[in-house]
Design a protein around this ligand. Structure first.
Ligand code: HEC
Length: 189
């Protein structure tokens, strides 16, 4: 499981932006259509990964030579920033399962050991969109569990949901990204 390591909370400043670009909130259609051309890779890098990181980094119990840090959201602003991150993760998972999404616009670079090439990922996606869609739904469901824990101001529930989110990332990656790799030797997740 991913370690829940140190990093800052997303500034509350980002909130209006998210609301403005979320098609579900009735944003202008041109914005929504442009966003829908995002590749799987773009969604990973710009939406799914940063949103998940914000959630993972929010709750931690860290003991080291400097003492003990019991990190958890405490203020309304912190909880609100996490709610926004969970909403972004859920929206990203929904966009991920829309059919016909390309893997990347920027192929090039060789795949790492055990990783599929961009072409192979594309072939797997085309051959089995159902499994990909189910994996995206699983991610969405775990995002909703995080969202519920945040609504209840429940740090333990959020920590548990973080583990489920991590497992959902891993389940899809093991089929569509690095099937030939063990976790230990492979990419971070
Ligand atoms: C439904 C499938 C699916 C789920 C769920 C999923 N991913 Fe991915 N992810 C992929 C695929 C396919 C790739 C390989 C293509 C690529 O390079 O982006 C990938 C690549 C990535 C990359 C590398 C992007 C790059 O620079 O090439 C990161 C980082 C990543 N995922 C993070 C995550 C995290 C974090 C989660 C869970 C919160 C997650 N992914 C959930 C399918 C998924």
């Amino acid at each position: 499981m991913k370690t829940f390591a140190i990093r800052g909370l997303l500034p509350a400043l980002c909130l209006p932006l998210v609301i403005a670009t979320n098609p579900a909130n009735g944003a202008d259609g041109a914005v929504a259509r442009a966003a829908d051309r995002a590749t799987v890779q773009e969604l990973m890098v710009t939406v799914v990964d940063p949103a998940a990181d914000t959630l993972w980094d929010s709750v931690a119990y860290i003991a080291n030579e400097h003492g003990v840090e019991d990190r958890r959201p405490r203020t309304d602003a912190e909880w609100n920033a996490l709610a926004a991150a969970a909403d972004r993760l859920i929206a990203g998972a929904q966009r991920l399962r829309e059919p016909g999404r390309r893997v990347t616009d920027a192929p090039g670079g060789n795949p790492g050991p055990g990783e599929l090439s961009v072409r192979q990922i594309g072939e797997r996606l085309a051959a089995d969109p159902r499994t990909f869609g189910l994996a995206a739904r699983r991610l969405e469901a775990t995002g909703r569990r995080a969202r519920a824990a945040i609504a209840a101001h429940d740090p333990d529930g959020l920590l548990a949901a973080g583990g489920e989110i991590d497992a959902a990332c891993e389940a899809c990656h093991r089929v569509f990204w690095y099937p030939d790799q063990t976790r230990q030797g492979g990419p971070a997740r």
